[in-house]
Design a protein. Sequence first.
Length: 411
Amino acid sequence: MVARFLLISALFLLITSRGVAQQAAPLCVGDLAEMPKIWQPSSAQLKTLGTETWQAHEAQQVRRAVEFGIDEIIDFFARKPAAVLNLWDDSIEALIQITYASANDPALDQKIRDAARNNLSALVKSYEDFNLDEVTCEEVQKLLPLTLFAHRLYAQDDKRIGVVTELTNAAYRECHSLDDATGIELKNLLDDHKLDDREFPSEAKLERLFDAYIWSLWLLEAELVPAIKLPKESHRFVAALWARLRSMPLPGPDAFEGGIKNPRFTTLADLATHIAHIPSAVHRFPLYVDDHPDLYRFHRQNFYKVMAAGDLDLFASFVDSLRQYGCTPTNDRQVRDGTRYLLSVFHNNGKRWMGDAKTGQGDDNQDDYDRVHRPWTAMLGLRDRKIKPPEPGSLGDIIRKRLFSSALQTE
């Protein structure tokens, strides 16, 4: 009897201690007083940040700012069609991502999908005279994203789907391996994962991780399209990359000479916001703390530091990541402060994202990507969303299996 009592008591203490640990670090934190000190804004920032609860009129301002950003991007591509070819699949991503896990008005989502489809058609048109025997291995990285979008945005009986799919498969047949197609050696990803010293990656390795990140998104989504003939080696590629990203240290700006202004930290912070896209399928499914605990910590601890640095695109991506955990301006102080900051930039710039209203300067000094990237990231940071758990057979389900079912896929 005593032994049984002791066992029950021990189990109770274990369960209770786990509950206390979970309560000590809530996912979303609405009150500054409940935040760990390292998450909090500086004393200088506190003087400028409002303390009011989130207001209905602010939510309306968010919707208008998002709608205006969409119009800016659509108008930009209409005025400069060459930018569609220049940005390639990003000319579609910059629009369609706003519709993922959407809480938008249905009419807005339809408008966005129509514009994204128009850009896709302009890109597909550039391949209308290609023959299967003309494509090369190098074309895979241009054709694969077009094929994925074609299967999503075109009607099922649209002949262009078959055209780009066949071209993609023909291009891949010209490659000797997946390494050849991606330009990234799988062995190097695996070797990086096996390193024990956890040395922070060099600038060159960070750029290679960015390339691998993009390929991982494509390879995961390609599993939804049986007509795309890619090897099972792609499973190992994705799993190896994720293992590498989870083991990579994510130090704060204090670890870098010059702190927050160090370009290497900026690159790391940018990569961190993109890492969040892999388990969430770029905003389509929930992001969980357990997916990558250090990633959540990194966003929380550096949120106000990145805000102070003044890089709007990067900071908007921080707000975007926190929203993907399910945090909103209503239930989370950082998201509330971040959303208000993004709105203030929009209003201070004459209710526009592109160009500089104060100087009257347009976008001529920026390349096409930079012009589109600001409203693109700002809208993602601002927009509300309705995130649903992945259903069996969905892309989210595939991602869960590839990233978390086992340490590394060996099939």
